[in-house]
Write a protein that binds this ligand. Structure first.
Ligand code: PSU
Ligand code: MN
Length: 297
């Protein structure tokens, strides 16, 4: 039994006002050569907005909030690190392994470190064909438990977006739009789906987040559409997604591997256009999160 790894203590290097960033987006959601430069871009976006980035992950079995570049390099060089959601975080801590945190576990660790704002690309949600295989991201349930505002460009559009929006409503998670009155669809700004409220002013949005997080012990979704210049046309996206969904590598990937397998194939089929758009929206979310955390101080 790996006695030396228990009990695990949170290593918290976060400096207020802090914005949590996640490692799964970097390690499992993008081509490996992009991870370190994107980490720099996300950090810069948070810092330019007046806040401090705190990258979250698991290093040698320690939950870390505010990972160093060397620690991130340990993860990217490791070849394969587990993708950690609510169900396997504890096992990584127990066995002393490295791990990349998803939205669910980044929220959990950020909350423990006292961080109230977190930026990602797109939260997980209800997968297509969920009536055949009920794959629903642990992210949605984590939002019911952890007191953190998650800045996201809607949910990833490999998912069933209307079902995901409905599930957020069912779980009672507030979904507010930043300069949008519809729930955005990751690579596209528009859907016909609603948000609970719209804020055009970051200071006002920050005041609402502080109010709502103090009022109730659960998370909030802040929906921030992809910048207009980085949007991917709907018909173009539909083609890549349909082609990707028919590939054996995607059809055979289940559970935690489903999302990374699909993302990798659409990134390849689009010759990197979806990678660029993914990075652009994540950086935009980091910038907004930085503004919000600074204003919530
Ligand atoms: N946003 C991105 N790319 C990603 C993710 C978010 O732009 O890869 C990750 C997040 O970590 C999110 C996870 O929690 O995808 C969802 O995975 P799943 O569908 O297995 O819950
Ligand atoms: Mn899943």
């Amino acid at each position: 039994m790996p006695e030396q790894h228990r009990p695990t203590r949170l290593i918290n290097r976060a400096k207020a006002p802090a914005v949590a960033l996640e490692t799964t987006l970097l390690v499992h959601g993008l081509p490996p050569e992009e991870a370190l430069t994107v980490a720099d871009q996300l950090d810069d976006a948070v810092a330019e907005a007046g806040s401090n980035p705190a990258l979250v992950g698991v290093v040698h079995g320690s939950p870390v909030v505010g990972m160093t570049r060397d620690e991130l390099k340990l993860l990217t060089d490791a070849g394969s690190v587990p993708k950690l959601n609510t169900s396997n975080l504890g096992h990584a801590l127990f066995t002393g392994s490295h791990g990349a945190t998803t939205v669910s576990t980044t929220m959990e660790l950020a909350e423990r470190a006292g961080i109230r704002v977190f930026a990602t690309g797109g939260i997980g949600g209800v997968h297509r064909d969920y009536h055949l295989t009920p794959d629903i991201s642990a992210d949605l349930f984590a939002l019911t438990r952890h007191r953190v505002a998650v800045v996201t460009s809607g949910c990833k559009n490999i998912l069933d977006i209307p079902a995901t929006r409905e599930m957020l409503e069912t779980l009672g998670i507030p979904v507010v739009g930043y300069r949008t009155d519809v729930f955005p669809a990751f690579y596209q700004r528009q859907t016909h789906l609603s948000v609970d409220a719209t804020f055009d002013n970051p200071t006002e949005l920050a005041a609402y987040l502080a109010f709502e997080l103090a009022r109730h012990k659960r998370g909030i979704v802040v929906a921030n559409p992809i910048p207009e210049s980085d949007e991917i046309a709907q018909n173009q996206w539909d083609e890549w997604l349909q082609e990707a969904r028919n590939l054996p590598s995607v059809k055979s990937a289940g559970g935690r591997d489903a999302t990374p397998a699909l993302l990798a194939e659409v990134h390849r089929l689009s010759a990197g256009r979806t990678v660029d758009a993914n990075i652009a929206l994540a950086v935009s979310n980091a910038g907004l999160a930085g503004q919000l955390a600074a204003a919530m101080r």
